[in-house]
Design a protein around this ligand. Structure first.
Ligand SMILES: O=C(O)C1=C[C@@H](OP(=O)(O)O)[C@@H](O)[C@H](O)C1
Ligand SMILES: C=C(OP(=O)(O)O)C(=O)O
Length: 446
């Protein structure tokens, strides 16, 4: 059981209606990539709206350790001066990835085609997560790894020159796809990733935006073939990071489930490869209105007006899973308060996130009085029909296992409950959403 050095327990009490306007922080996936590509580009990259969560700061520290100059100005803009593709320096000490799978796997891709050696370390949660999924293709490209069973701590020696490969993804993972494409940046020739099931496409969009020669072909079955020509030359860009739909999801579910709520969430990224949660919650009867749709930083964005709604259970189509892979914990919270049964399948990837999100959410929701059955690849949830959940009682605390999404999901479960929901540790929330508790407080009537 993993816990922070100084855990911060908290009981999230019933709030009454949530009302007001909030703006969620920048998208975590886009923030990581803007720092990585800025650090590899020639010239200056300017980023506004960067998520300043711990995960993204781990990426920034690693890119600094490999030679990039990264500073934040007084007005909140981030300025990155890159080293150029091929120019990464050997880090003098181990790269501390904290809790961040995205930092680890994407940076392993970058190091794989540079002639440097790097050691990756992480916290107790990250040290349990499988890295074999990137070690396999990157070894074929010529990188060499030392690890115990493909887990952190791990040392890798990049290949120079690396060998271009054609790699068919064995699981739906944007991190694996991105690791191979990023390795392809400094690999002479054409590196190809074949993606049978589409996953978030921020890497492809941003690599093109920085000037890489990258093509995407989609066949009649929907299989995507992505090719990058290396070595690439990237040029510094100006980037505006849209708000994170994965962070917005907590407040969408809060507003839908707490009676009387009416909340406007501004600037939410709605890239179709990320917006599955909005589709599914609408299928469940949720009132989510898109206001002022527009484009920010090459990504579709809108403000979302969300009103309390009577939700009903559905069978969630497994095909939509990759476009909402991080939103299932909070979807389970919505399902626990819906009318009737919600069935989810095809969620095997949830078992290898910061925690096993299927088992951990089953245990957490049961502790809060919900009716949940665990299957091999999902949960079946019989909802209350809108009535408040009992909540956790006495000294019982939900165990979050160093997983920010478990902590935030169960915080939201507390808002429409009888006793509130007590959580063992809120500190992991800072990995992706440092002002989550402050934004929640701002929506509660005083
Ligand atoms: O590429 C990314 O930025 C991410 C991809 C997803 O992971 P997988 O690729 O492991 O599915 C997601 O869960 C993670 O939060 C961020
Ligand atoms: C899975 C997640 O992130 P990562 O893989 O970067 O740790 C997440 O943010 O839910």
């Amino acid at each position: 059981m993993s816990a922070s050095a100084t855990p911060r327990p908290r009981r999230f009490l019933p709030t009454g209606a949530l009302n007001g306007t909030i703006r969620v922080p920048g998208d975590k996936s886009i923030s990581h990539r803007s720092i990585m590509l800025g650090a590899l580009a020639l010239g200056e990259t300017r980023v506004t709206g960067l998520l300043e969560g711990e995960d993204v700061m781990s990426t920034a520290a690693a890119m600094r350790a490999m030679g990039a100059k990264i500073v934040k100005t007084d007005d909140g803009e981030w300025i990155i001066n890159g080293v150029g593709v091929g120019g990464l320096l050997q880090p003098e000490t181990a790269l501390d990835m904290g809790n961040s799978g995205t930092s680890t796997r994407l940076l392993m891709g970058l190091v794989a085609s540079h002639g440097i050696t790097a050691t990756f370390v992480g916290d107790a949660s990250l040290s349990k997560r499988p890295m074999g999924r990137v070690i396999d293709p990157l070894s074929t490209m010529g990188a060499d790894f030392t690890s115990v069973e493909g887990r952190l701590p791990l040392t890798m020696r990049g290949a120079s020159p690396a060998v271009p490969i054609t790699y068919r993804l064995p699981m739906a993972s944007a991190q694996v796809k991105s690791a191979v494409l990023l390795a392809g940046l400094n690999t002479p020739g054409i590196t190809t990733v074949i993606e049978p099931v589409p996953t978030r496409d921020h890497s492809e969009r941003m690599l093109r935006g920085f000037g890489a020669n990258l093509t995407v072909d989609v066949d009649e079955e929907g299989t995507r073939t992505i090719q990058i020509h290396g070595p690439a030359e990237l040029k510094g860009q100006t980037i505006v990071v849209p708000g994170d739909p994965s962070s917005a999801a907590f407040f969408i579910v809060a507003a839908l489930t707490v009676p009387g709520s009416d909340v406007l969430i501004e600037n939410v990224g709605l890239n179709p490869t990320r917006a599955g949660i909005v589709t599914v919650l609408r299928q469940m009867g949720g009132s989510i209105e898109e206001v002022n749709p527009r484009e920010v930083g090459g990504e579709p964005v809108a403000d979302l007006r969300v009103r309390h709604s009577q939700l009903h259970g559905i069978e969630v189509d497994p095909e939509i899973v990759p476009s909402m892979v991080d939103e299932f914990p909070v979807l389970f919270v919505a399902a626990a308060q819906a009318k009737g049964r919600t069935v989810t399948t095809g969620l095997e990837e949830l078992r290898v996130k910061e925690s096993d999100r299927i088992t951990v959410m089953r245990v957490a929701l049961e502790l809060a009085g919900a009716n949940v059955t665990e299957t091999e690849d999902g949960l079946i949830i019989d909802g209350t029909g809108g009535a408040p959940l009992p909540g956790t009682s006495g000294a019982h605390h939900v165990a979050t296992h160093l997983d920010h999404r478990i902590a935030m999901s169960m915080a939201i479960a507390g808002l429409n409950s009888m006793n509130g929901v007590a959580i063992d540790d809120t500190s992991p929330i800072a990995t992706s959403f440092p002002n989550f508790e402050a934004l929640l407080a701002s929506l509660v009537a005083r």
